[in-house]
Design a protein around this ligand. Structure first.
Ligand code: HEC
Ligand code: HEC
Length: 333
């Protein structure tokens, strides 16, 4: 077992003795920790001590993610807007952000409206966005699952959110062709993709500064030069600081081939259009990021072959293992 695994067991033991002390119903020996394996070169995953990832918690979170009872009107589930084969985004719903590797996020939504960990973000989703009515969840099948996950049949929105957070932590994309290449398989990408990768990681493209690390996001906000009129938009709408106007959260590029249309307002339908924008569509505004190259000339001015190479590279970030992982799909009955 890895060092992380050992630490987890110790943690769970502590957590279980606590629950056993306060909740008499708890069959405290049944919960099994999951060791979330990620490549070494990923940043450190954020996991709070009061919500270790267990097989039972993940099963409950997955059930709730696909369960319309979470909605007081029974009309929609998370998975109705967040579609697995689209990287948990949705071409039909405006501005949906994919759910991938959110375990590393500490700002959520395009303008960073939710700040904090995944647990807090899920509480907002359940309590504020859905307005979940726990009475609707008080049915025997779910009560059994809450008992298995948290040692009590008592259903609260907090526990529902914690289970959803556990499930979200298992949504890890790490097996694209790009990953295989980085992990040593030189044949995983072709010549054109390799040339596109060079642009991505060059000072000319600057892409990697913001779409950073193997998560392809720096978890920060930038104005990339989409619009001239930016007053009160993006992060600025939250902080009320004009310095933040026009700045939006850097989206991950994992599975980007499947997550279109692109940008916070879905303005680009294809990756070719996105690359054309970075190449010659930039417009100046006061808060434009200093990393954006050659703004007065509209961008970095790529030749047609270079654009095709860059798009080809972006397609190597598609992770079929993740997009088809049955453990992330609707729960089996
Ligand atoms: C009606 C469609 C819809 C439903 C249903 C829905 N979402 Fe979303 N979700 C969105 C949209 C749109 C965004 C982006 C909104 C924004 O940034 O302003 C989003 C963003 C998110 C984000 C932020 C991701 C990030 O990287 O910042 C999380 C987390 C999330 N949703 C979780 C959930 C959960 C959990 C549920 C179920 C409780 C759910 N969503 C149900 C449409 C939906
Ligand atoms: C200064 C930081 C920064 C740099 C440099 C940068 N990006 Fe982005 N990128 C962002 C932000 C922020 C967004 C979202 C902007 C919005 O919606 O308003 C974005 C959006 C995108 C999207 C759309 C993703 C989606 O899901 O909607 C793609 C694709 C993309 N960038 C690729 C690139 C490429 C390729 C480069 C290099 C040519 C690059 N980016 C350079 C910050 C950056």
């Amino acid at each position: 077992m890895s060092a992380r695994g050992v630490r987890w067991v110790a943690l769970l033991a502590a957590a279980l003795s606590l629950t056993a002390a306060c909740a008499q119903e708890a069959p405290s020996n049944a919960r099994e920790l999951i060791d979330l394996r990620v490549p070494r070169s990923f940043p450190r995953m954020i996991v709070p001590e009061d919500n270790p990832t267990t097989r039972q918690g993940v099963a409950l979170g997955r059930q709730l993610y696909y369960d319309r009872r979470l909605d007081p009107h029974g009309a929609r589930a998370c998975a109705d807007c967040h579609l697995q084969n689209r990287g948990f985004s949705n071409p039909m719903v405006r501005g949906v952000i994919p759910h991938v590797n959110l375990a590393w996020s500490y700002y959520f939504l395009w303008d960073g409206h939710f700040e904090g960990g995944l647990e807090e973000a899920m509480r907002m989703e359940v309590e504020d966005f859905f307005g979940t009515d726990v009475n609707r969840l008080r049915e025997p099948d779910l009560e059994e699952m809450f008992l298995a996950a948290f040692g009590t049949r008592e259903i609260t929105t907090r526990r529902a959110a914690y289970a959803l957070a556990q499930f979200q932590r298992t949504m890890i994309s790490q097996d694209s062709r790009f990953d295989r290449y980085v992990d040593g398989d030189a044949s995983a990408i072709n010549e054109s993709e390799r040339r596109g990768m060079q642009i991505f990681y060059s000072e000319r493209g600057e892409c990697f500064h913001c779409h950073a690390t193997r998560l392809f996001t720096d978890n920060r906000f930038h104005n990339i030069g989409l619009d001239r009129q930016i007053a009160g938009t993006g992060r600025g709408a939250i902080t009320r600081d004009p310095q933040d106007d026009g700045r939006f959260k850097t989206p991950t590029l994992r599975n980007v081939e499947r997550t279109g249309p692109y940008m916070h307002d879905d303005r680009f339908a294809t990756l070719e259009q996105v690359v054309d924008f970075y190449s010659e569509g930039l417009v100046y505004s006061d808060t434009i990021d200093s990393l954006m190259p050659n703004v007065s000339g509209g961008g970095m001015r790529l030749a047609p072959q270079e654009r095709a190479d860059l798009v080809a590279f972006l397609r190597t970030l598609t992770d079929e293992t993740f997009l088809n992982n049955p453990d992330l799909g609707p729960p089996r009955r």
